[in-house]
Design a protein around this ligand. Structure first.
Ligand code: CA
Length: 226
């Protein structure tokens, strides 16, 4: 039985890049879907549930970083960022926002295909029956439905509490820096809200009712799961 074709969402506005890329991806057995704008990217990501997103940062209607941030709120789909040379800051920021890897343009086809294969292999090995839900002990976080349950009992979270929980749940057992949380949940406005993160975290911990599940790593950040 042939495995279903993996869909790759290619977010890029330059046809000189999308044409050869989608051709190469098709040749390798993937199903490429092209989005030329940020709006289209979010629409197609929701409609097609791609297995991987290739994301250019320079889009005609907005910043690829915004697309990345918004994608990360709804899905754990791996994202490979395509960036211009010498844009190291973008790369760091992209990785902080939850990109899985990056490639510097001009992209060499063989390198891109190798990275795509590696990411798809990695996620295929890691994925359970539902890649949009995360189970940590008896806590289940459904990222797509924005619901969380503890021991099958639904807990009522505010939008921000859920965003914080989701950002942590996407990296179960891993340390997430305070900076990264602020950046993902509040974006560029984080300078103003640093203290409110503590308030949300305190409330989230109470609601989870599982002491130790959400650990503070002093001087760094937080970790969900042991
Ligand atoms: Ca572009």
């Amino acid at each position: 039985v042939a495995s279903p074709k993996r869909t790759i969402l290619l977010v890029e506005d330059e046809e000189s890049i999308t044409a050869p890329l989608s051709e190469a991806l098709s040749r390798e057995g993937f199903e490429p879907v092209i989005a030329g704008t940020a709006a289209e990217a979010l629409e197609l990501a929701a409609a097609r549930s791609p297995d991987l997103v290739l994301l250019d940062l320079g889009l005609p209607d907005g910043d690829g970083m915004d697309v990345l941030r918004r994608l990360r709120r709804i899905t754990t789909t791996p994202v490979l960022v395509l960036t211009a040379r010498d844009a190291e800051r973008d790369v760091v920021r992209g990785l902080r926002l939850g990109a899985d890897d990056y490639l510097v343009k001009p992209v060499r086809l063989r390198e891109l295909l190798a990275r795509v294969e590696a990411v798809v292999r990695r996620t295929r090995a890691a994925e359970g029956t539902d890649a949009t839900a995360v189970q940590i002990e008896d806590l289940r976080v459904d990222l797509a439905a924005r619901r969380a349950t503890v021991a099958d009992r639904e807990i009522t979270l505010t939008a921000k509490e859920f965003d914080i929980l989701a950002a942590l749940a996407r990296r179960p057992g891993a340390a997430v820096s305070r900076q990264q949380l602020l950046d993902e949940v509040w974006g560029d406005a984080y300078f103003a809200v640093s203290r409110s993160l503590d308030v949300h975290l305190t409330s989230l911990r109470q609601k989870l009712g599982r002491p130790g599940l959400l650990a503070t790593i002093r001087g760094f950040g937080y970790r969900l799961g042991r």
